[in-house]
Design a protein around this ligand. Structure first.
Ligand code: SF4
Length: 345
């Protein structure tokens, strides 16, 4: 056992609640059994960093509507297929004749669209600061290749506003394991204002077990004090990837965006700018979350108010085979990860 492991296992100071914001961290924490390596006084809670999990029903409904039109094909990552809107998932729509293609990269859309110019290929553009540059690349390459039948339906979101929302409305977080992938693009400085505003430390962490443990250790040690610690310097700088940031800014403007169960958070989304509106498949007015399973507690899970196993449906009505909410669908979802790794706390 390393000194860090020993410290974290035997810690008996004031209780500490730490939020891992990123879905990949959630998955890795579960996979490595990190929660079980900690003293009962240190509690890890999952945050809103799984893009599929935070998508609202109105967005899924719009994708379903679009794919049922003969002139359209919806292109998406696999995780999105099983998330239910107010009535149907994309899988249901596909079974009913909807036109849907699953891909591994948004850029795969180019080949599909070029081979079928009579239909419009609409990519379901979900994600955070990390993914946004890839969508700009898709649109740029479509334009360069003269492919005019590619559009996106955006549900892109940005991290600082939702972390602010959690601190303001939920509270009870003593430190954040900042999202590593997002930080590669944004830089670690982006968390400074939030850290100062709430007097809470942030640690930017890599994704290996020891890197996550080092971040937890740093946050426990710094409890009650502001500060952003970059513990992932091999990939993250203070200012981030400024070329990617500028490209994203040139294509997208901030907008209010709804997060599952949290409602619309001002300035937390990205919408195509007016000059690129021709690429937009109708991404505005998608801020409602009507029709979600009333018993599903994804909203509380996503904000760290409860752990997945505190949801009454967890493991009984809701399993990866019978998901009742988006958090049980995605491989980055908290409920999915708690379930498959039997995470206890
Ligand atoms: Fe929703 Fe299922 Fe998670 Fe409960 S266990 S919050 S129903 S996804």
């Amino acid at each position: 056992m390393t000194d860090i492991q020993s410290y974290l296992k035997t810690y008996d100071g004031p209780p500490v609640r730490l939020m891992e914001v990123c879905g990949t961290h959630t998955a890795q924490i579960s996979r490595c059994g990190i929660a079980g390596m900690l003293s009962p006084a240190i509690r890890l809670i999952s945050g809103p960093g799984c893009p599929v999990c935070v998508t609202v029903t109105a967005y899924i409904d719009r994708l379903v509507e679009l794919c049922m039109k003969p002139e359209n094909v919806v292109v998406t990552f696999g995780d999105m297929l099983r998330v239910t809107g107010s009535r149907q998932s994309l899988n249901d729509a596909k079974a009913a004749g909807g036109h849907i293609e699953m891909v591994y990269s948004p850029l795969d859309t180019l080949k599909l669209a070029a081979a079928d110019p009579a239909r419009t290929y609409i990519f379901a553009a979900v994600g955070f600061e990390t993914t946004a540059p890839v969508y700009t690349m898709l649109l740029k390459e479509a334009a360069a290749a003269g492919i005019s039948n590619v559009k996106i339906l955006t549900s892109l979101k940005t991290m600082p506003p939702v972390i602010d929302w959690i601190c303001k409305n939920q509270g009870g977080v003593d430190g954040f394991i900042a999202p590593g992938h997002v930080s590669v693009i944004t830089g670690s400085d982006i968390f400074e204002p939030l850290s100062e505003k709430y007097g809470i430390p942030f640690a930017v962490a890599g994704f290996e077990g020891p890197q996550i443990l080092a971040a937890i250790y740093a946050l426990v040690k710094r409890r009650g004090k502001a500060g952003v610690m970059n513990l992932y310097p091999s990939a993250v700088t203070r200012r981030g990837n400024e070329i990617a940031q500028n490209t994203v800014r040139s294509y997208f403007a901030p907008c209010d965006a709804a997060w599952r169960g949290m409602g619309a958070i001002p300035g937390s989304g990205l919408l195509l700018r007016e000059e690129y509106a021709r690429f937009d498949a109708g991404s505005d007015n998608l801020n409602t979350d009507r029709g979600a399973n009333a018993h599903c507690r994804c909203a509380q899970v996503l904000t760290g108010a409860i752990s997945p196993n505190e949801c009454p449906l967890f493991g009984s009505g809701c399993t990866p085979q019978t998901p009742q909410g988006a958090c049980m669908v995605s491989m980055e979802g908290s409920c999915y990860n708690y379930f498959i790794n039997m995470r206890k706390r």
